[in-house]
Design a protein around this ligand. Sequence first.
Ligand SMILES: Cc1cc2nc3c(=O)[nH]c(=O)nc-3n(C[C@H](O)[C@H](O)[C@H](O)COP(=O)(O)O)c2cc1C
Length: 205
Amino acid sequence: MEPGDQQTVAGLDAETFKKVFRLHPAGVCVVAFDNDGEPAGFTATSVISVSADPAMLAFSIDSGSSNWPGLSRAETVAVSFLSAEQAEVSARFAARRTDRFTGGGWHRLPTGEPVIDGAAAWIRAAVASVAEAGRSRLVVLNALEAWHTGRPPLLYRDRTYVRLPVESDLQPIAQVNARQRLVSDAPADSGAESDTRLLPPTDPA
Ligand SMILES: Cc1cc2nc3c(=O)[nH]c(=O)nc-3n(C[C@H](O)[C@H](O)[C@H](O)COP(=O)(O)O)c2cc1C
C-alpha cells in the first residue's frame, strides 16, 4: 500500500472493538487551536507519539465533530497533557453544546494557540499531514516546542477518570534498559538507564 491509500474492510464489529479499547487505559489531552480569532478545542485520548527524531505526534478526530471544520484549516495546534487534578477540564472539553473556554483556566501561547493552565505538559505543533481513516481524520503533527512539569497525568479507563497510585504504592513489574532488555535486579533508584515505555514482546517464538 502506498501512503495515502485507504483500505476499508468489513471487519470487527464496533461494540467488540470499543470494549477492547475501553479497558485499555489512556492519557487524556486537550487539543486546541485558534479558529479565526476564537479558541477551539476538544478532549482527546487518541494522541500518540509517532517519531522522536524528527519529533512528531498524531491524534484522530471525528470528522463529524464541531471542531473539524476549524481544525482542517488550522496550521498549528497546542496539545495539553492533562494532570490528575483535571478530570473536570476533560469533561468540559468533551461536553457538547457548551462554550468550553468561558470557564477560564487557559491562556494563549505568544503564537496564539490555547493551552490549559495546570496541565502536566504541552506541545505546540504544526500540522504535517491529514489522512482519512473511516469517519475520522488522522492528523500528524511536527512538534515545535514543549513545556513539561512533574505533575502526574490524568488517565481514562472504562468511562472512568483515574490517577496512578502515589510512587510508594506503585508495583513495578519490570524495568528495562535503553535496548528494551528486562533488567531484573536493578532497584528503581539504582540510576540504571531505563525506559519503561515499551516492553519487549512476550511471544516466546
Ligand atoms: C476521554 C475522552 C477522550 C476523547 N478522545 C477523542 C479523540 O481522540 N478524538 C475525537 O475526535 N474525540 C474524542 N473525544 C470526544 C470529544 O472530546 C468531543 O466530545 C467530541 O468531539 C464532540 O464534540 P462536538 O460537540 O464539538 O462535536 C473524547 C472524549 C472523551 C471524554
